[in-house]
Design a protein around this ligand. Structure first.
Ligand SMILES: [Mn+2]
Length: 348
């Protein structure tokens, strides 16, 4: 396992100096945030990011993420220009030593929650999703006041409305076509640069607000991998994104895709599946619905030795900061993953 940890750059309250004190950190997971989605990342920005990470005694081998412009998902507008920019970004980060790029193909909305600070019985706070609240929101209406943290803060409410409106005729099949068009152009570049592309599953893994979502389950992941059937076209196995649906057997999927050599990055997170949705929990198996040991064992037994990071954490011990991305609970998660891995390895 190459234990890794997400860092949001120099603005992040969780500093590299703190992250390096978590035992076993192999790589930082980060991105360049100083240009709009779809544009080419400046070489100096990439170099500076790498330099910061290396000065702190770590490596920068995983990028999360290079976001995909909506024109590419829509198959409209300037998609060819944005795909060329995307290819250029792959070349540039590869030149800086990056081995793996995480991205997603969710229309408009990235990960979506209805609560950022749900209080758990132990007094910690966590991210939660209530389907009834999501169903009550129409993003085409401007007077909604629901806080949905995955919504790109760079969009104003009016812009959001117009982007959602552009998807009115989008079907799952059209989205598949647009994903294939993107992969057919991007994957050859990643192959020539020696970089692995790792698509992140949709979170939650079902359609929201009437927008199609396709990276959601085993059948669709099978279909995805066949679109461009080469090892560099792989996945980020996000246990929390897949595991918030009781229909996904995450350990089985971990075993299958690891054996195929198509998992390039893993997000380990536990969730509790609830009647009205789900909430995120501390990493250990007994805290949620997922069998974290079974998933790690499935990865190990099927040859996976790549990048794994603790995913979202709760807010504990009075910490404040970016919901899901505080230091303490993610560090506990990292230690737990270290423990699972050591035990699995020593029992081999
Ligand atoms: Mn994830």
């Amino acid at each position: 396992m190459k234990l890794s940890f997400r860092w949001y750059g120099e603005e992040d309250k969780v500093t590299l100096e703190k992250i390096r004190q978590i035992p076993g950190i192999y790589s930082i997971v980060s991105a360049v945030y100083d240009v709009p989605v779809g544009e080419v990342w400046k070489k100096e920005s990439i170099a500076r990011l790498r330099q910061k990470v290396e000065e702190a005694g770590m490596r920068l081998e995983v990028i999360e993420s290079i976001p995909v412009h909506e024109d590419i998902k829509l198959g409209a507008g300037d998609r060819d220009r944005y795909i060329e920019n995307y290819c250029e970004n792959i070349r540039r980060v590869a030149e800086a030593g990056v081995k793996c790029i995480c991205y997603n193909f969710m229309p408009v909305f990235d990960w979506t929650r209805t609560e950022l600070f749900r209080v758990l019985p132990d007094g910690s706070t966590t991210l939660a999703y209530d389907q009834r609240q999501v169903d009550a929101v129409n993003p085409l209406k401007t007077d909604s006041d629901l806080t949905l943290p995955g919504w790109d803060a760079s969009y104003s409410r009016e812009e959001l409305k117009s982007i959602v409106a552009r998807y009115q005729n989008m079907t799952e099949e059209k989205l598949w076509d647009n994903l294939a068009y993107f992969l057919e152009r991007v994957i050859p570049v990643s192959v020539s640069c020696g970089v692995n592309m790792a698509i992140h599953e949709d979170d939650p893994c079902w359609s929201i607000f009437g927008l199609p979502r396709i990276i959601t389950n085993e059948a669709n992941l099978d279909r995805f991998l066949k679109l461009v059937d080469v090892p560099n076209n792989g996945i980020t196995l996000c246990t929390g994104s897949l595991g918030c649906s009781g229909h996904n057997d995450v350990a089985k999927m971990a075993a299958k895709y690891a054996a195929m050599g198509r998992i390039h990055f893993v997000h380990m997170r536990n969730v509790a599946v609830l009647p009205e949705g789900f909430e995120e929990r501390a990493h250990p198996s007994f805290c949620g619905t997922l069998d974290m040991y079974a998933i790690m064992k499935a990865l190990y037994d099927n040859g996976f030795r790549g990048y794994i990071r603790p995913d979202h954490g709760r807010m504990i011990w009075g910490e404040t900061g970016r919901p899901g991305y505080g230091l303490y609970d993610r560090a506990l998660g990292a230690s737990y993953l270290n423990g699972l891995w050591e035990a699995i390895e020593k029992n081999d």
